[in-house]
Design a protein around this ligand. Structure first.
Ligand code: NAP
Length: 296
């Protein structure tokens, strides 16, 4: 079997065109563009790069962004003040606090202070709590797992009743991913660093979501023939053959997996572009909600 390689760029680009049209409609109706506020504290080059990519994509779609770029020595009070300012700004509809924050800043406390109406990353404890509860729906769900759900739906994967295994249990990917799959009626197993028999568990999985940050860790022979794999992992490895001297690979060993599974995402170009797209989607949702509430 040779797997279908899922190209997130194609799906993301189509969605971004729709988002750009939506942003245009918003501007025509309210006289100004939807707005995203960004808080970036510290000098982590990956975080700086993510923020740049998110802001460029927003700009292209007609979503304005305002940034609070702060040093790695920023205090709790300074980060809180940045969030408070964005909460109060009537032209900001979504707030993105780029994680991780510097060590001296209490991340949970900061995420709690983001207005629920503007929590487009879906990391506010109330939104995460609602995601975990039966019969409740959060206002916003985190961008990366939401992007994974869109990819599964786009390829026509059957989620209801499927055995889904989520590898990794981080607050930003694995945990919300598992909650979203439970809501979609999958039978979900979460695997993490203390799990003893990962290959045996993966062998039962119709759907695998890999989010551990270990290059090529999951081997093809661990996977169930015909399963669907969404590889969130984005790992930089040395590659003397490439001009840059490195390349990006996922958590799943693509070479061995593509002969076993029915579909697997590209890395890069699979989940990554979907993450940014879902942030933009959430920002549009927030913008319409906030403006419509002002009319009432
Ligand atoms: P993280 O916070 O480091 O969490 C990693 C998770 O993997 C933890 O739950 C950890 O288990 C588990 N884990 C680590 N080693 C393992 C092993 N050998 N076997 C089983 N489980 C193991 O990472 P993250 O933020 O979730 O990110 C995961 C990957 O996704 C990274 O490569 C990251 O760059 C990528 N990512 C991509 C996007 C995107 O948009 N494409 C977005 C976010 C993240 P414990 O809980 O037991 O420690």
């Amino acid at each position: 079997m040779t797997a279908t390689i899922i190209d997130g760029n194609v799906i993301a680009n189509r969605m971004r065109e729709e988002i750009a049209q939506d942003a245009q409609r918003f501007k025509e109706q309210y006289g100004y563009s939807p707005g995203l506020g960004v808080v970036l504290a510290g000098d982590n080059p990956a975080s700086q790069q993510y923020v740049r990519m998110k802001q460029n994509a927003c700009k292209k779609a007609g979503i304005e962004s305002v940034s609070h770029i702060m040093t790695k020595d920023s205090t709790q009070a300074e980060v809180e003040a940045a969030v408070a300012q964005l909460n109060q700004d009537p032209k900001i509809h979504g707030i993105l606090v780029q994680l991780p924050l510097p060590q001296q800043v209490d991340e949970e406390s900061i995420l709690r202070q983001v207005s629920l109406d503007k929590d487009v990353d879906g990391f506010h404890p109330i939104n995460i709590g609602m995601l975990g509860m039966k019969g409740r729906d959060p206002l916003f769900t985190p961008a990366t797992p939401t992007g994974c759900m869109v990819l599964l739906n786009e390829i026509g994967a059957t989620i209801e009743g499927a055995n889904a295994v989520v590898v990794g249990r981080s607050n930003i990917v694995g945990l919300p991913m598992a909650l979203m799959l439970i809501k979609a009626n999958a039978t979900v197993t979460v695997v993490h660093s203390r799990t003893k028999n990962m290959p045996d568990i993966l062998k039962q999985a119709d759907i695998v979501i890999a989010a551990i940050g270990k290059p090529n860790f999951i081997k093809g022979h661990w996977l169930k023939p015909g399963s669907v794999v969404i590889d969130v992992g984005t790992n930089r490895v040395d590659d003397p053959e490439s001009e840059k001297g490195y390349k990006w690979v996922g958590d799943v060993d693509l070479e061995s997996a593509q002969n076993v599974v029915s579909a697997i995402t590209k890395v890069p170009g699979g989940v990554g572009p979907m993450t940014i797209t879902m942030l933009m989607h959430n920002t549009m949702k927030a913008a319409w909600r906030i403006e419509q509430a002002k009319q009432r």
